[in-house]
Design a protein around this ligand. Structure first.
Ligand code: HDE
Length: 706
């Protein structure tokens, strides 16, 4: 019973409690006595263990309304999962305006500094089904619902600022190609298969996005360490009706960070809910993730002079050309009470915009504006999905829409139409002064199916992205392409993709061809000659935009009975000082007894806490502990993976035997830090601020040595 009831919204003496996220009420016995279980009709239930039957061993009876209602309801618990972005996780919070934009927009939430509006944010992967693992290589959805005083504004973005296609009519093809192949229904949640690369290699406009998805952007370490982007060019419109173009950016305060591909694959086995757990733990422990909202504002003049069409969603505007102005902050500080009621039923729609914001003619955005409303009817089953509390506005609202499945709020009184002459009783009226008005944009031209000539450059920004990466990141892109294309069975598809890479970067094409054992194909014929000298943009690299501290990251501390208590205390104190979390990993979940005879609990048993779950590791074993674990395969994997994934590794003197047993004693580089004295702990945490010791990578990856 307790499961059905969310926390009471009134004082303890209250007789009623809210049903999670539905706004309904369940009766509760007064005086704190245990509530009586009832049916949905409120009929008290005497026996919830046995069906009604004829005789102790006889048949079940149809008149058992309690059994029938319970099973009927259970049978209908599922709703269709989202056709894309099925796997997601969300949190509540607020948006605060830090820099009003009164000159540029009349949007209410940008008028007053310091004013907050409630927010609900859902992060997601795109291709995988609802139960797919969190660390699939995939774009992440970053959908923000802002409950403003003038209605709900949804910024339904991604963690990548560009998209695969230019026109919404290609979206079903793109998604069909990315999802499991229709005859075999695999592979799940991955693009490493023939259909995806077949479609992509026949769609040159996707090449810029291909560079992004093959980068580490698609394997983020945490949802808290990713950027978000509105992708399309939108408009902000001021009180005088003047429009300014805008691109939206969410910038995480904790900096950017991703994992290594080999690590991602292993995280999916060790903890398929890695990103969910991370967000849940951060918020439940009061470490509220925060993003700044940045805007790139530009006018028609800039748009006319820019090398590319600002309506083309396969292009971005480099921050060096139009700086990102910070205008607000988004803080996530509360998990939903109920996953289904809120995260599953939330209905984001790109067409939910507020006065002061408007669309542009980006053909992808125009198509989305149809799709999202349509898909919510399919998913939620009724045009009344706005009656579900998570989707309802939090400002006053009034309209004459009525009836339909599950209508919770119908117009009260006699008037349900307008105009009407019922005076004060006549219900809401249109309001030309306050109401939403579209930007007055001239539109003319022949009716035709056509792609604008201005959309025809497919390689220049793909190259710009690639040359903006550090060498480490460029290597990861090449490795990812080789990995994905190695899973493609048809050699001609592999070659066709490499023929596009030749228009992006010659070295990249050659490296990938070599990695595939392929003769370098001729370059694809470009629709428009690429610009090859666009300057690198530092904002496009993850490594260049990491954090300044190790805050919000997690260390795994491997301990055994007899672990040096002083070193353990020094390390955990250094973690606390930095705002770094730690988990104790031990041979038994019951914990260990330290050198000072104090017993400490463990959060993980070794085989349940592999090093892929941590940003850095410390091997704080005793001499006897090292001997005990020297033959233990999970312990050796723990160490070998930490080495392979270029993690910083702290080790006690006694751990050297363990490093030798794992076969890495002769590979110890500057990323291995001895923990001999208490002050070494602070030095270790300081080193960890770089996140990874990437210099090691070339030693541990044969592909990079070739
Ligand atoms: Fe979506 N997309 N999309 N998309 N999208 C959906 O709406 C669609 C696109 C994005 O957490 C669907 O409620 C079309 C770009 C996010 O609930 C659907 C096109 C971007 C989410 C849909 C695109 C996105 C969705 C499926 C091509 C980044 C998850 C379920 C024109 C700017 C929202 C749903 C959530 C979800 C259609 C392209 C982001 C079918 C037709 C570009 C974050 O309506």
């Amino acid at each position: 019973m307790a499961k059905l009831r969310a926390k009471s919204h009134t004082k303890a003496a209250s007789k009623t409690a809210q049903t999670a996220g539905t706004g309904g009420e369940l009766h509760q016995t007064a005086g704190g006595a245990v509530e009586t279980l009832t049916t949905q009709q409120g009929i008290p239930v005497a026996d919830d263990q046995n069906t009604l039957r004829q005789g102790a061993r006889g048949p079940a009876l149809l008149e058992d309304f309690h059994f029938r209602e319970k099973i009927f309801h259970f049978d209908h618990e599922r709703i269709p999962e989202r056709v894309v972005h099925a796997r997601g996780y969300a949190a509540h919070g607020f948006f605060e305006c830090t820099q009003p934009l009164t000159d540029v927009t009349r949007a209410d939430l940008f008028q007053r500094k310091g004013e907050r509006v409630p927010a609900f944010v859902r992060f997601s992967t795109v291709a995988g089904s609802k139960g797919s693992p969190d660390l699939a290589r995939d774009v992440r959805g970053f959908a923000v619902k802002l409950y403003t005083q003038e209605g709900n504004w949804d910024i339904v973005g991604n963690n990548i600022p560009v998209f695969f296609i230019q026109d919404a009519i290609k979206f079903p093809d793109l998604i069909h190609a990315a999802k499991p192949e229709p005859d075999r229904d695999f592979p799940q949640a991955q693009t490493a298969h023939d259909n995806f690369w077949d479609f992509i290699s026949l769609t040159p406009e996707s090449m810029h996005m291909v560079m992004w998805i093959m980068s580490d952007r698609t394997i983020p370490r945490s949802l808290r360490f990713m950027e978000g982007f509105g992708v399309h060019t939108f408009r902000l419109v001021n009180a005088k009706g003047k429009s300014t173009f805008v691109k939206f950016h969410w910038k995480p305060l904790l900096g950017l960070q991703s994992v290594a591909w080999n690590e991602a694959v292993k995280i999916n086995g060790a903890d398929p809910d890695f990103h969910r757990r991370d967000l849940w733990n951060a918020i439940q422990t009061g470490n509220f993730p925060e993003w700044q909202l940045g805007v790139q504002l530009f006018d028609d003049d800039f748009a006319d002079k820019f090398d590319f069409d600002v309506l083309d969603a396969t292009k971005l505007i480099p921050e060096e050309l139009v700086p990102v102005q910070i205008v607000g902050r988004l803080v996530l500080n509360r998990m939903p009470d109920n996953f289904f009621a809120e995260t599953e039923q939330v209905a984001f729609c790109t067409q939910n915009i507020v006065p002061g914001v408007d669309f542009t003619n980006d053909p992808l955005l125009q198509g989305r504006n149809f799709s999202y409303l349509d898909t919510q009817i399919k998913r939620l089953g009724s045009p009344n999905f706005t009656h579900i509390p998570i989707n309802a506005p939090k400002c006053p609202f009034a309209h004459f829409q009525q009836d339909g499945h599950m209508a919770m709020k119908n117009p009260v009184g006699r008037a349900n139409y307008e105009p009407n002459s019922w005076g004060d009783q006549g219900g809401p009226r249109e309001n030309p002064a306050r109401g939403f008005t579209s930007f007055t944009e001239d539109a003319d031209g022949p009716k035709q199916r056509v792609r604008s000539e201005t959309f025809s450059d497919h390689y220049s920004q793909a190259r710009q992205f690639y040359v903006s990466q550090t060498v480490v990141e460029q290597n990861h892109i090449a490795n990812a392409l080789v990995f994905e294309l190695s899973k493609v069975e048809r050699p001609d598809i592999r070659a066709r993709l490499v023929s596009h890479l030749r228009n992006i970067d010659g070295d990249l094409a050659a490296t990938v061809a070599d990695g595939l054992g392929l003769d370098l194909p001729a370059p694809a014929v470009p629709a428009r000659k690429p610009i090859t000298n666009l300057p690198p943009s530092a904002a496009l690299s993850i490594v260049n935009n990491g954090p300044a501290s190790f805050k919000g990251r997690k260390i795994g501390i491997l301990v055994t009975d007899g672990t040096d208590a002083d070193l353990f205390a020094a390390l955990t104190a250094a973690c606390d000082k930095e705002g770094t979390q730690f988990e104790v990993i031990a041979p038994k979940i019951g914990g260990v007894t330290l050198s000072n005879r104090k017993k400490i609990p463990a959060q993980q048993k070794i085989d349940g806490g592999p090093s892929v779950l941590y940003d850095a590791v410390a091997l704080l074993v005793s001499k006897a502990g090292a001997t005990l674990l020297s033959a233990d395969a999970p312990t050796k994997d723990f160490i070998c993976d930490a080495v392979a994934h270029c993690k910083f590794i702290a080790f006690s003197a006694e751990a050297k035997d363990l490093l030798a047993a794992a076969g890495v004693a002769d590979k110890m580089d500057a990323g291995f830090l001895p923990l001999a004295k208490e002050k070494d702990a602070a030095a270790f945490i300081k080193a960890c601020r770089k996140l990874r010791f990437w210099d090691r990578e070339v030693q541990v990856d044969a592909d990079l040595q070739a």
